[in-house]
Write a protein that binds this ligand. Structure first.
Ligand code: GLU
Length: 423
């Protein structure tokens, strides 16, 4: 099968994931048989669930997915996304990226992802809980602490993970905290997990700044997205003395050349839910914000934001990807050509799954770590992956995304060759 024959996986995001993989595979001379295996997910489950709205009159049929890309490395790992764009191709792309991310970080997991095609912002708390519990029941045969461990992603949070953990635990008859990560600390969640993706990204922005000779205390940043990843990234950058000149969420972008105060934006969002109307800066569109001048541009929202269409107009020195898949292959070529440094998603946003791994280890050992222990281990794992990526990129004259991916792919390929073929 060739990547042009996508069939049920057909989706722009899956095309991107496959194209990135094939580019890396070609450069590294990956064994053709292994290449063919890794081009597609190993296991997928498509479910439909009845979703009863609060008013009891309507029952909707909602689609849900769980995809396990590679089962070679250990249990599979990856978040669950609630968004109205979710489909099998999107979830499969995200699962493939989880494989490279886990392998690059040297975590003992293969990649997975799940999703429900629903807009979570339109749901009441009770509706969100019902969707979550029914989705968990539908995929329950696929997940488990030694099989596949979900976590939050776009549109889900620690409360959703708590319901998932409860539903699973009710079925087996005892508490199983280690079936999911990113859950509340009282249920066995890890300290530092909520902010881990933003913290990890900022650790690597610091490393990149050193590498490029940028003085962060004199620099500016634009952060696209003000959810968990975006808001924490902005907060940690601000703590380092970076001037945050722009932020955005789905409702609007905000621009202030003198710098935005992240704590006051967080207060505003706590009261108003969205950034729109916030008087701290001038309103600009999301698209326009990306093209404003800054040192660090951190896309921390959706896929497909930096494209062949706008990459030429970016005015930043570094793109730090908090989101999964924010940059297309055409844009990568342009950024590379223009000498803009890219911290690719599989490296930049890997802090989340790394602390998820710590959470799973703590739960399976029944032994909890301190926040200092977690952050220093996170720092060690991420900077090590960063160093390996830079060394490879410089040695083999590769862009950073390809170098990071090859680091991951090579590990998976070695594991596959060592295990051999069954039957
Ligand atoms: N959803 C996050 C990601 O895309 C975290 C996954 C996890 O913690 O397992 O990396």
């Amino acid at each position: 099968m060739t990547p042009t024959d996508l069939r049920e996986f057909d989706d722009p995001m899956f095309r991107l994931a496959q194209a990135q993989f094939l580019k890396a595979a070609g450069i590294m001379g990956l064994d053709e048989n292994i290449c063919e295996r890794l081009l597609w997910p190993q296991r997928t489950m498509v479910v439909t669930l009845p979703f009863r709205q609060d008013d009891y009159h309507e029952v909707e049929t909602v689609f849900g997915y769980r995809v396990q890309h590679v089962l070679t490395m250990g249990p599979t790992k990856g978040g669950i996304r609630y968004h109205e764009s979710v489909n099998l191709g999107e979830v499969s792309a995200l699962a493939m990226w989880m494989t490279w991310k886990c392998a690059l970080m040297q975590l003992p997991f293969g990649g997975a992802k799940g999703g429900v095609c629903i807009d979570p912002t339109s749901l009441s708390r009770a509706e969100l809980q019902r969707v979550t519990r029914r989705y968990t029941m539908e995929i329950i045969s696929m997940i488990g602490p030694d099989k596949d461990i979900p976590a939050p992603d776009m549109g889900t949070n620690e409360q959703v993970m708590a319901w998932l953990m409860d539903t699973y635990s009710q079925q087996v008859g005892y508490a199983v905290p280690e079936v999911v990560t990113g859950k509340p600390v009282v249920l066995g969640g890890s300290l530092g997990r909520t902010e881990a993706t933003g913290r990890g990204l900022v650790y690597l922005i610091q490393e990149s700044a050193k590498h490029l000779g940028i003085d962060l205390s004199q620099s500016t940043a634009i952060v696209q997205g003000f959810g968990n990843v975006g808001s924490n990234t902005a907060r940690f950058l601000e703590e380092l003395g970076v001037r945050i000149v722009g932020v955005s969420d789905v409702s609007t972008g905000l621009w202030n050349e003198n710098g935005l105060s992240i704590s006051s934006l967080l207060d505003w969002v706590r009261n108003h839910k969205i950034l729109k109307g916030c008087p701290s800066g001038d309103e600009v569109s999301n698209a326009e914000l990306l093209e404003r001048p800054c040192d660090i541009l951190a896309p921390c929202a959706m896929q497909n934001q930096i494209t062949g269409e706008n990459a030429q107009r970016l005015q930043c020195r570094m793109v730090a990807e908090g989101a999964n898949g924010p940059t297309t292959l055409e844009a990568d070529a342009i950024l590379n050509e223009r000498g803009i440094f890219v911290l690719p998603d599989v490296l930049g946003n890997a802090g989340g799954v790394t602390v998820s791994y710590f959470e799973w280890v703590q739960d399976t050992q029944n032994y909890m770590w301190t926040l200092d222990e977690i952050n220093s281990r996170l720092h060690g794992i991420m900077t090590n992956a960063f160093r390996r990526t830079i060394i490879r990129a410089e040695r083999d004259k590769l862009d950073t995304r390809t170098a990071a991916m090859i680091e991951g792919i090579e590990r998976v390929a070695q594991a596959k060759l060592s295990r051999g073929l069954f039957p």
